[in-house]
Design a protein around this ligand. Structure first.
Ligand code: CU
Length: 156
């Protein structure tokens, strides 16, 4: 009887450990911080990522100009969509307006993930997982910013 009790205890301990490991895996996000500023620049324009891993990407606005004049966001596009072309079509094709804070609401699956538009000293974090190997373009969709505020995520 005692042996059985020990076995049950041992089994329970192992089962518990497994649950813990599982939970740890779920919260295992790789964190990346990107800064944006009043000079209309991201501080990172080339990022390497791994297929199948989960990321938390935080966009920080380290500028001081008001959001209406110099707001920033981070919009990650799926492979095959070019950020420069996407930028030129934001208002004409992708539904970005002043009212929706320049969110490309009509872009559908061309957008993989995005933060909200943020003002000075604000930040916003998006969660993303890259399912495919490839080059993912990103940009800020505030009018005109795509000309400078662009970058690539190389997923291997
Ligand atoms: Cu911007």
């Amino acid at each position: 009887m005692k042996v059985l009790t020990y076995l049950v205890v041992i089994f329970s301990v192992f089962a518990g450990l497994e649950v813990q490991a599982e939970e740890k895996k779920k919260s295992d996000f790789i964190k990346i911080i990107i800064e944006s500023n009043d000079l209309m620049k991201f501080n990172k324009t080339s990022i390497y990522a791994e297929k199948g891993k989960s990321y938390k990407i935080t966009l920080k606005n380290v500028g001081t100009l008001p959001k209406a004049a110099m707001g920033h966001n981070l919009v990650i596009l799926n492979p095959g969509t070019d950020a420069l072309k996407f930028g030129t079509e934001l208002i004409t094709k992708h539904g970005a307006t002043l009212q929706n804070e320049w969110k490309p609401v009509k872009a559908g699956k061309q957008v993989l993930a995005q933060t909200k538009m943020i003002g000075p000293s604000e930040e916003d974090t998006l969660k993303v997982k890259f399912d495919k190997v490839g080059v993912y373009h990103f940009l800020c969709t505030f009018p005109g910013h795509f000309a400078q505020m662009r970058g690539v995520i190389n997923v291997k």
